[in-house]
Design a protein around this ligand. Sequence first.
Ligand SMILES: [Zn+2]
Length: 341
Amino acid sequence: MAARRRTSFKLGVTGLGERQEIAPGLFINTFYRGCTPGFLVTDEGLILIDTPLIPEQAKDWRSQIEAEAPGLPILYVFNTDHHRGHALGNQYFLPATIIAHERAYKEMSGYTQNFKERVYNSFKREPEIQEQLTNIEIILPDVTFTDSARLQYGGREMQLIYAGGHTPATSIAWLPEEKIAFVGDILWVDQHPYMAQADSLEWVSALRRLRTLGAERLVPGHGPVCDPDDTIKVEEYILFKRQRVRDYYLAGKTKNEAKSGLVGEMLELFPVPLERKTKIESQIKSGINRVYREVQREEELAAAESRNGASLPSPVNASPVQQAQAEASLMPAPVAVETAQ
Ligand SMILES: [Zn+2]
């Protein structure tokens, strides 16, 4: 057992807290801001999933990892996506090899001084965190993959699998032996999913795949371990957003009208702490923005197809809108989202 952590040290809303062993040699920590990081201990070394954003928390995590597996090297750090909460702590785990989807590499290559300043400025109300963020170093993935990668060390296996949906880089870590998947920001529990870079249809199919993976437990990008059925609420949320945006689009409303008309309705679907209301509202609006463009493309494509007198499409060449309708029809009516809250 490791020594008790400092409990008086408060950072933001979370702080430092003890790791949790969710399977033999597999640990997570739900006390950090920005992500729920994990690590797998093998006889040959460690494989980490995501890195904490706040330096004090990243350093704390490294010391907890070293306390758990003294002398073992960190072989890999896997970033489930390129967002700050998952990848900005990479600098505290060197000289590990960083591995992520190729699109994460591309996104992170674009993190300039301006990005670092935005991260710094986003903590202006929390000076004790802000003062730690003066030396941000972007550590890009050393190794990238497109569809999947398999890490096998010390008799243990972790598969990295592209999922998409949340971002074009989002990938999961699947441990088939333990039947546990680290699913990054595909899964949000009782929180509004962050959709500013989303592909909503791809997201829905990613959620469905998580339920057929054979996983018994899922570790979401944020928060505690949950089970595969927790994906259903997020799926309903996304399908509901798609449906309502489509209603607005088909009624001839603009993107801005959809945003201002729908934000209140969407806000009610998951609890929102008062101090985060403005931020969540703007996130919901950027998600509506994204979905509106998708719906617009789908409807334009469907209209073009019907002008061309396309015959009944086979499932292979069904347009996105037809796929969406087919998928939506498998789901409970969107209203279930509201009554479930
Ligand atoms: Zn993310």
